[in-house]
Design a protein around this ligand. Structure first.
Ligand code: NAP
Length: 556
């Protein structure tokens, strides 16, 4: 890094060069702010750079899992499939970085280790593992919600002598599993995608399943010339509709909106035949929108069970061995309270002779020995490779792995010891001029994340422009505002079935992580309206100060 870069004070230091960081840089630069991005990896792309396991694709439709801020970009980029595979998403992000000349303001191989607020200079000092420090008036965390893998504990890894991989940390060079005995631990979204591909290659594949997932067919298809023409004609309307949709980006973009309108208020108000027909429509349509078939599916356990039964019957239809079929059926949590997986050939993989399902709820993994996995019953599975598809320390993981210190040296880890609180999921009291893109209690994973990112970035940019015009030096959430937002977000969760599942949504998958819904479940439209209202009100809930003041005093 040139020396002058480390001594310069930036308007904005952005951490991360994924979807969020790239758009932040483009937006802020366009508004005349002097911005720089620090990226830990050796290239841009964020989660879509690090994740590259076979079978990986997004569960949001490609035409929507892309930026809407530039119409020419929308017109010139052609997606090849309904649900984009990782290489295509990464190519798109590289195209965006090049097209908008972003790379010149991105410093690669700069893993941020901490950020410290200097109250006298009204600045953040951001430090990297390579020993560099950069200063910025604003620090913007664009670190992603699913960017920190939950790696195997030393007990789970044991003294395994073979190769091991985590889906979220896949090697850059292709890995061959041909002729190998492979174990996959986990059956979440990543596992559901990687298993069919590993099954095609491996000599034998053992799937170690603790909790069966609800998996819905993706019904992926190629986007032909007719689709491309349709998109070019309609993209403006669809983009605008999506900005205001309750749940954004799931389902079939081309389908008429009428299918979203439920015929009755409860699944239980429909006859069995009507219900099955409606579930079948959503099943055939593919994508993750099936829980919207009736409005009460995510609040009424009995209604939810009708959908769970429908999906269980589908497993029976596909999986030949009845014992395996039964073991694959999710139980003990309502459908949708853990993220439903989109599958392509997942259940079919269990019909192969070289694939076995090991139910580790019944016979837990006792230890991982040098030669493979030994279960509590003493059964030994000799393995050449283990693939851990064990998920992420989601939403707060990346933020709390950095030493972020605000006013009076308070660390974010101390402040969030009982769980994260953040006003609109974007700012937290005691950390002036710090913004969290896709922060805790923002809608993130319950929306199309790219739509959420664009909303956040535009909102933050408007605020920074407003501050520049007013001559403000700092902005910070008030304690009252963030408490009220957190309570509102939590109160919505209490009305639903989400607390009934042990999920990464609630922080359950990471030992010691406080149990708290990490995502705002009120939907994109409600969230956007709230953010717009806050801006229109002159930013109620935010405290601002001028440079001549030592502490924030201008309270809206
Ligand atoms: P995940 O949903 O958290 O699944 C992790 C899996 O590993 C679960 O089956 C879990 O079992 C299992 N597991 C964890 N520790 C274990 C242990 N010690 N022993 C046995 N099993 C263990 O993680 P993920 O599959 O990586 O997905 C995370 C999220 O990333 C998804 O929900 C989705 O939002 C996103 N994602 C999206 C896509 C896509 O767009 N299609 C693809 C991949 C990921 P338990 O359930 O029993 O804990």
């Amino acid at each position: 890094m040139p020396e002058q870069l480390s001594s310069q004070v930036y308007d904005a230091v952005i951490v991360g060069a994924g979807h969020s960081g790239l758009y932040l840089l483009h937006k802020l630069r366009g508004l005349g702010f002097n911005a720089i991005v620090l990226e830990a990896e050796d290239d841009v792309g964020g989660t879509w750079y690090r994740n590259r396991y076979p079978g990986l694709r997004c569960d949001v439709e490609s035409v929507l899992y892309s930026y809407s801020f530039d119409e020419t970009l929308d017109q010139e980029w052609e997606w090849s499939e309904r649900f984009p595979a990782q290489p295509e998403i990464l190519s798109y992000l590289h195209h965006v970085a090049d097209r908008f000349d972003l790379r010149k303001d991105i410093l690669l191989n700069q893993k941020v280790t901490g950020a410290t607020w200097d109250q006298s200079l009204f600045r953040w000092t951001v430090a990297t593992a390579s020993g560099r420090t950069l200063q910025g008036r604003f620090c913007l965390m664009a670190t992603g919600i699913l960017s920190v893998p939950s790696l195997p504990s030393p007990e789970l890894l044991g003294d395994f002598a073979g190769e091991w991989y985590h889906t979220a940390n896949w090697p850059k060079v292709p890995v061959s599993f041909a002729g190998k005995r492979v174990g996959v631990i986990g059956t979440g979204s990543s596992a559901v995608q990687v298993i069919p591909r590993l099954a095609e290659q491996a000599e034998h594949l053992y799937v170690f399943q603790r909790t069966p997932a609800f998996a819905i067919p993706a019904q992926n298809y190629a986007l032909d010339a007719e689709y491309q023409a349709w998109w070019r004609t309609n993209f403006r309307d669809i983009r605008e509709k999506n900005r205001w949709a309750q749940i954004v980006g799931f389902g079939d973009t081309r389908m008429d909106d009428s299918y979203r309108v439920p015929p009755v208020a409860s699944a239980l108000d429909a006859t069995r035949e009507e219900r099955e027909a409606r579930y079948q429509t959503f099943w055939d349509m593919g994508g993750g929108q099936i829980t919207l078939a009736y409005p009460d599916l995510i609040v009424n356990e009995e209604s939810n069970r009708t959908l769970a039964d429908f999906t269980a019957a589908k497993i029976d239809e596909i999986v030949a061995d009845p014992v395996t079929a039964d073991a694959l059926k999710p139980r003990g949590f309502p459908l949708g309270t853990k993220r439903p997986c989109l599958e392509i050939g997942y259940y079919e993989a269990f019909n192969r002779d070289n694939v076995n399902l090991i139910d580790v709820r019944k016979d837990p993994i006792g230890r991982t020995a040098a030669e493979g996995i030994v279960t509590a019953s003493g059964a030994t599975y000799d393995l050449d490779a283990i693939v851990f598809a064990t998920g992420y320390d989601a939403v707060t993981g990346a933020l709390l792995r950095m030493d972020v210190r605000g006013v009076d040296g308070l660390s974010l880890a101390e402040k969030w010891a009982d769980g994260p609180v953040a006003y609109l999921g974007l700012m937290t009291e005691g950390f002036p001029n710090l913004f969290l893109v896709l922060g805790p209690t923002s809608p993130s994973a319950f929306t199309n994340c790219v739509s959420s990112i664009e909303q956040h970035v535009d909102w933050i940019a408007d605020l920074l422009v407003d501050m520049r015009e007013r001559g403000d030096a700092t902005v910070e959430a008030t304690a009252e505002a963030e408490e009220a937002w957190s309570e509102h977000a939590a109160s919505l969760v209490q009305m639903t079935l989400f607390p009934k599942a042990s999920s990464w949504y609630m922080g359950d998958n990471i030992p010691g992580k406080p149990r708290r819904m990490l995502i705002y479940i009120g939907g994109m439209a409600a969230y956007r309206t709230k953010c717009d209202d806050v801006a229109r009100s002159g930013y109620v809930g935010l405290a601002r100060s001028k440079e001549s003041e030592s502490a924030p005093v201008v309270r809206s």
